[in-house]
Ligand binder design. Structure first.
Ligand code: NI
Length: 138
C-alpha cells in the first residue's frame, strides 16, 4: 500500500469554480477523489499511447440473420485467442445479437482486433472501452 502524500496546487479561481461545479455534478465527495480519478485517467491513456499491456472490452451488435456473419465473427475471435479473455453473447431480440469481448494484451493488438470486428460488414455498431490491467495505476 502506497503512503498518502499531501501537496498544494495553485490555479486560477475561475478554473477552481468550474472544477468544483463539475465534480459536484459527477458526484465526487472531495476534490482529492476527483483529482485521483483524473490522474488515473491520464495514466491509463498513456498506457494505451505507449502500447503497454492493457485491458478493455469490445462491444458490438449485429444481425445474426445475415448469411455467414456469425461464423465470420467467430473465426476472427479464434484468431485472437491470446488477446481475448472471455466473450459473452446476448440474443437481444429476434434479429440483433450483442457481443461483449473482454480483452487483455498489447494496446495495439487490442485496437487491431476492435477495428477488425467493427469493420466486418453487417456489424451495426461497435465500441472499444479502454481501461487498464490496474497494475500501473495503484
Ligand atoms: Ni444471438
Amino acid at each position: 500500500m502506497s503512503e498518502l502524500v499531501r501537496f498544494g496546487v495553485s490555479l486560477e479561481d475561475s478554473l477552481l469554480i468550474k472544477f468544483d461545479r463539475l465534480i459536484k455534478k459527477r458526484g465526487y465527495a472531495t476534490r482529492s477523489e476527483a483529482l485521483r480519478d483524473l490522474i488515473r485517467q491520464e495514466l491509463v491513456k498513456n498506457e494505451w499511447e505507449e502500447d503497454q499491456e492493457v485491458a478493455g472490452t469490445i462491444t458490438f451488435i449485429y444481425d445474426h440473420h445475415r448469411r455467414g456473419l456469425s461464423s465470420q465473427l467467430t473465426d476472427l475471435q479464434h484468431g485472437h485467442q491470446d488477446t481475448i479473455i472471455s466473450t459473452q453473447h446476448i440474443h437481444l431480440d429476434h434479429h440483433n445479437c450483442l457481443e461483449i469481448v473482454a480483452v487483455k494484451g498489447k494496446a495495439s493488438e487490442v485496437q487491431e482486433l476492435a477495428d477488425a470486428l467493427r469493420s466486418v460488414k453487417g456489424v451495426r455498431h461497435g465500441a472499444l472501452s479502454m481501461t487498464s490491467t490496474g497494475k500501473e495505476i495503484a
